[in-house]
Structure formats: structure tokens, C-alpha cells
Write a protein that binds this ligand. Sequence first.
Ligand code: HEC
Length: 141
Amino acid sequence: MKQLKLVHQIQKSLIVMLLAGILLAYSCQKKPYKQGERLYVNFCANCHMEDGSGLIGNIPPLADSDFFRDNMSLVPCIIRYGLADTIQVNGKDYWQPMTGIAHLTDIEISNIINYINEAWGNDLGFYPPDKVKETLTVCPE
Ligand code: HEC
């Protein structure tokens, strides 16, 4: 009898653990965008603006940017190591260099990218963190 009770107890705690796991998975799924937003506001918005519009002639936009959309595989490297090139974004030239933000972790970079991907009318889907990690190991000098 006692043993049966124990089995029930274990079953109950397994169910509780399962529910907690589902809840945790759900909140983790939500969290990247929140962290990404906070990091964006702290580290990018002073140049690219809070609404991703940039500054015509100086700072390229991240909202509705053809460069961002078409060069997704470069973006992790741009965030970490910066960019000093003449680039064309939505038909306009930009040449002011951007300094990289070296202390952001792989995960933080991927959260920022996934925030941008869904912000301000962008609809660029999910960029998997392991892809970001992989890209960061092969950044051009
Ligand atoms: C000090 C100002 C500054 C900060 C801070 C900054 N950027 Fe930039 N960013 C620039 C400039 C200037 C360029 C253009 C570089 C060039 O032409 O070589 C650029 C270019 C880019 C590009 C490529 C062009 C485009 O519009 O798609 C991306 C992507 C980008 N930045 C993302 C970010 C992200 C994400 C952050 C924050 C983690 C950030 N930047 C922080 C100034 C800044």
C-alpha cells in the first residue's frame, strides 16, 4: 500500500515537472525578443535609432533595409567586429565606419538579430542561434 502511494507521489511530481518544463520552454521562447530589444536599445539605438530608421546620409536603417535582408549571414560579424566599407542601403551610399561591440556574447547577438528581424514591420523570420555561432567562427578579418 505504502509503495503504491509512493508511485502515485512520483507520478504526481513527474506531471508537475513536465508542466513546469513546458512553462519554462514557453517563457524562454518569448524571452529572446525582450532581451534583444533591451540590448538593441542599449547598444544600437543611439545610432540606428529606436525605430531602426537610421540617419539619412550617415547611419543606414535596419528597418526595411535591403542590405540587412540580403546580407543576413554577415550581420553577426558586423555586430561583433564592425564594418568599414562603402555600402549601399535602399539605394543610398553609407561609408561612416561602425565600431564592433566585442563584448556581446553569441546568444546576445542572436537575440538582437531576432529582435530586429521582427521589429518595425520587418518580417525576416527566425535566425537560429547555432547559425549565428557558426557564422561568428568564420568572420572575415
Ligand atoms: C556608433 C554608431 C553605431 C552603433 C552604436 C551601431 N551601428 Fe550599425 N552601423 C553604423 C554605421 C555608420 C554603419 C555603416 C557602416 C559602413 O558603411 O561601413 C552601420 C551598419 C550596420 C549594418 C549594415 C547596414 C544595414 O543597415 O543593414 C548593420 C546590420 C548594423 N549596423 C547593425 C547594428 C547593430 C545590430 C548594432 C547594435 C548591436 C549597431 N549596428 C550599432 C553605426 C552604428
